[in-house]
Design a protein around this ligand. Structure first.
Ligand code: STX
Length: 316
C-alpha cells in the first residue's frame, strides 16, 4: 500500500482583512500560499465552526492562493454569534462579494461537512465561478440527516455521549430536541444558553473522529467556541437551511455536471453518514468518489487528509 499523504506544513497568511457585507456583518478573511497561484477557497464546517489554520494545509502553498474566511457570526467575524441576517443565501452572497473583492475570476471550492453543503449551494447558484469542487463528509441538511444526529440514530452508537447531550433538556421536551435546544440557545437566560451551547457542541466534538480526541472535546466545550457554534448550527438546522425543498441540493446537482469534482467520505462517519455521499455521487456520476475505509468525519482523519491533498494536487 502506498504511504498516506499528510497535510502540507503550517503556513501563515500573507494577508488578512475584514469585508463589510450586507446586514451589518463583517467577515474576516485571509490569504496564504502563492499570491500568483491558483485560487482556492476552503469552507469551514458547522455552520459556526470558524476557519482553522490547519485548513490552509490542504493545499500546496507553492501552487495555490489559499483563501479562508469565517462565515457570519463566528470566528473573528462580527457581530459574534449573531443570527440576524444569517442564512445560507447570505453566505453564498458573501462568497461572491469576497471573490469580487479579491479580483478572482473563478476558484476551486473545497469544504467538508457544512462546508460541503455551502459549497454545493454556492456552486449550484454560481456554477461558472467554480473551477473544481473538492467535497468531504457530505451533508445536505435533509430532515433525515438532522434526525439521525440530533434525535435518534447516532445516539445508539454513542449512548454515553448522548446522555450528556440529553442532560440539559427535561424529559417532557425530548420528543423534539432541536426545538428544545433552539429555545435555550436563543433565550434570554445567559447561563442556560451557555450550558446548552456546551452540551450541543461537545456532542459533536466527541463523535466526529474515528478515535476520540480528549483535547478536541475540550475545545468544543469552551464557551466562546460553543456559543457561536451551537447557536448558528441550531438556527440553520431548525430553518432547514432555507432550502426550497428537503432534497434540494441533491435534486439540483445536475447543474454541476461540467465541474470536475471529488467526493471524499469516511466509511465510519457518524456525524454525516455515508448515505448522503452515496446519494450525491449518483447524481454526480462524473465526480471521483472516494470512500475512506478507516475514517470518521473530521477533515484531519489521516485517510481523509490523504485523499484531500491528493485531490488538490491533481487539480493544481
Ligand atoms: N455539523 C457538521 C459540521 O459541519 C453538523 C461540522 N462538524 N464539525 C465541524 O463542522 C468542525 C470540526 C469544523 C467544527
Amino acid at each position: 500500500m502506498t504511504e498516506k499523504r499528510q497535510l502540507y506544513p503550517s503556513i501563515d497568511p500573507y494577508e488578512t482583512g475584514v469585508l463589510k457585507v450586507a446586514g451589518g456583518h463583517e467577515i474576516y478573511y485571509e490569504q496564504s500560499g502563492n499570491p500568483a497561484g491558483k485560487a482556492a477557497v476552503y469552507l469551514h464546517g458547522g455552520p459556526g465552526g470558524g476557519c482553522d489554520p490547519r485548513q490552509r494545509r490542504v493545499f500546496d502553498p507553492k501552487k495555490y492562493r489559499i483563501i479562508l474566511f469565517d462565515q457570519r457570526g463566528c470566528g473573528r467575524s462580527k457581530p459574534f454569534a449573531s443570527l440576524e441576517h444569517n442564512t445560507t443565501w447570505d453566505l453564498v452572497a458573501d462568497m461572491e462579494r469576497l471573490r469580487e473583492h479579491l479580483g478572482i475570476e473563478d476558484w476551486q471550492v473545497c469544504g467538508g461537512s457544512w462546508g460541503s453543503t455551502l459549497a454545493l449551494a454556492y456552486a449550484q447558484t454560481h456554477t461558472g465561478r467554480v473551477s473544481e469542487l473538492v467535497l468531504r463528509g457530505i451533508f445536505t441538511l435533509r430532515k433525515s440527516e438532522l434526525d439521525w444526529y440530533y434525535q435518534s440514530g447516532a445516539s445508539r452508537i454513542f449512548p454515553d455521549e448522548w446522555e450528556k447531550f440529553l442532560a440539559p433538556i427535561p424529559e417532557d421536551e425530548r420528543g423534539n430536541l432541536m426545538q428544545a435546544y433552539y429555545d435555550r440557545l436563543t433565550g434570554d437566560d445567559q447561563a442556560v444558553q451557555i450550558e446548552a451551547a456546551r452540551a450541543w457542541s461537545m456532542w459533536e466534538g466527541s463523535t466526529i473522529n474515528l478515535y476520540q480526541r480528549p483535547g478536541q472535546i475540550e475545545h468544543f466545550g469552551s464557551e466562546k467556541f460553543a456559543v457561536a457554534f451551537a447557536r448558528i448550527e441550531c438556527h440553520y438546522f431548525i430553518n432547514g437551511g432555507w432550502f426550497e425543498t428537503d432534497n434540494w441540493l441533491i435534486d439540483n446537482a445536475g447543474v454541476l455536471k461540467d465541474i470536475p469534482a471529488v467526493i471524499v467520505q469516511g466509511r465510519y462517519d457518524v456525524c454525516t453518514p455515508m448515505a448522503t455521499a452515496w446519494d450525491l455521487h449518483k447524481v454526480m456520476p462524473d465526480a471521483e468518489f472516494s470512500v475512506i475505509p478507516d475514517a470518521g468525519h473530521a477533515f484531519d482523519e489521516p485517510g481523509i487528509a490523504d485523499a484531500l491533498v491528493r485531490a488538490t494536487d491533481r487539480f493544481a
